[in-house]
Write a protein that binds this ligand. Structure first.
Ligand code: PLP
Length: 419
């Protein structure tokens, strides 16, 4: 890291050891990915220095000629990528993007209908710990007990009973496609705004691997760092009629100065997402997730809903009598990073959980395919069912050696000149 090595060896050391950690293990967190060196270059640029409150051509600071170009490119590329009327690329994160959507459409105390957190929603969808549940009247739908997929009849019933101002679809642990047309019809029936939080799956939409919510929804918020593979940030697209409300809600209602280096990185990412290579990547992400889910199921680690249509699957560990928290620790000891997750109707508390969530964005970026997914499922099963949280345990050591061999063949951020 050049001068940083000399000036701050402690932080330079952290940067290097994090790179080693990424390279040395299997990264299966469904919400993570490896951004390209080009995206990282924009993130590490002098655009970080610039104050640019406002929007391109309408700033509250001088000296914005160059950052205006970056933001205009990000906006135009984002609109083109999703076929959207309007894009706001200033949200600092997924949670900030969501805050702005609340700000644009709801007054404190008004009602929103959203997916419940334990059934796959997100903290910002009206949970009591979040601003969204403290300041708004949140009503929650869940999944059907038999199919474990969204209970659309319940959505319709609650919409008619509670007349929400906004209906929200999307979440953090939904393995199946969402029926956006059905949501739109329900929203129209009760005169609600239809909002999709597409944070998890927007990358698959960008690559054309799954259908888009954009033609159906009034507004779509998302993160840019998951399957999409951009910088850690957020964005919002919406219908033309909501453009002013969204822009005013992002700035000045919720945020101050935009992070121009991150906006430049988003522009780079949107350009990457428009390539045939990225489209092929998203198809492979889904193909990999299907095989991983199915093979884990063959090892007794049951995929909820019977599988997945997206980049992630949620697994019920009750058949193998392991808790989510133990599975996460055992996998970690074996060099496999995944996360414990509540499953619908989970008998355990969220801190223990009966499930794990796995995702294929990272391993697919590394170039792995279906064969490697079968191997990964075997390694997870070995670690989770027979392993231990102690990295010195024989099973942890054995699986770690196999993980090391596998990631050695598909390195993350390959070193220049490496095979
Ligand atoms: N919305 C959904 C559906 C998410 O999954 C997440 C993050 O995981 C967010 C919003 C929040 O994004 P961030 O962590 O960037 O605030």
């Amino acid at each position: 890291f050049g001068a940083l090595d000399a000036f701050d060896p402690e932080i330079a050391g952290v940067l290097l050891s994090e790179l080693d950690r990424l390279r040395g293990g299997l990264q299966l967190i469904a919400s993570e990915n490896f951004s390209s060196p080009e995206v990282l270059t924009a993130l590490g640029s002098t655009l970080s220095n610039k104050y640019a409150e406002g929007y391109p051509g309408r700033r509250y600071y001088g000296g914005c000629s160059e950052v205006d170009k970056a933001e205009s490119l990000a906006i135009e590329r984002c609109k083109a990528l999703f076929g959207a009327d309007h894009a706001n690329v200033q949200a600092h994160s997924g949670a900030s993007a969501n805050q702005a959507v609340y700000g644009a459409f709801l007054k404190p105390g008004e009602t929103i209908l959203a997916m419940s957190l334990p059934h796959g929603g997100h903290l910002t969808h009206g949970t009591k710990m979040s601003f969204s549940g403290k300041w708004f009247d949140a009503v929650h739908y869940g999944v059907d007990k038999d199919t474990e997929d969204i209970d659309y009849d319940e959505v319709e019933r609650l919409a008619k009973e509670r007349r929400p101002k906004v209906i929200l679809a999307g979440g953090s642990a939904i393995p199946r496609l969402i029926d956006f047309a059905r949501f739109r019809a329900i929203a129209d029936e009760v005169g609600a705004i239809f909002w999709v939080d597409a944070a998890h799956f927007i990358g698959l939409v960008a690559g054309g691997a799954i259908p888009s919510p954009v033609p159906h929804a009034d507004v779509v918020s998302f993160t840019t760092h998951k399957v999409l593979r951009g910088p850690r940030s957020g964005a919002i697209v919406c219908k033309a009629e909501h453009a002013t409300a969204i822009d005013r809600a992002v700035f000045p209602m919720m945020q101050g100065g935009p992070q121009m280096h991150t906006i430049a990185a988003k522009a780079v990412n949107f350009k990457e997402c428009a390539t045939p290579e990225y489209a092929a990547y998203t198809r492979q992400v889904v193909a990999n997730a299907k095989v991983l889910a199915q093979t884990l199921g063959e090892h007794g680690i049951r995929p909820t809903t019977g599988g997945t249509d997206t980049h992630l699957s949620l697994h019920d560990l009750q058949p193998v009598q392991v808790t989510g928290v133990d599975a996460e620790a055992r996998a970690d000891a074996a060099g496999i990073t995944l996360n414990k997750n509540a499953i619908p109707f989970d008998p355990q508390s969220p801190n223990i959980a009966s499930g794990v969530r796995v995702g294929t964005p990272c391993v697919t970026t590394q170039g792995m395919g279906e064969d490697e997914m079968r191997t990964i499922a075997e390694l997870i099963a070995k670690a989770v069912v027979h392993g231990d949280a102690d990295p010195g345990h024989a099973v942890s050591r054995e699986v770690r050696a196999q993980v090391s061999e596998l990631v050695g063949r598909f390195p993350a951020y390959p070193r220049a000149g490496a095979a």
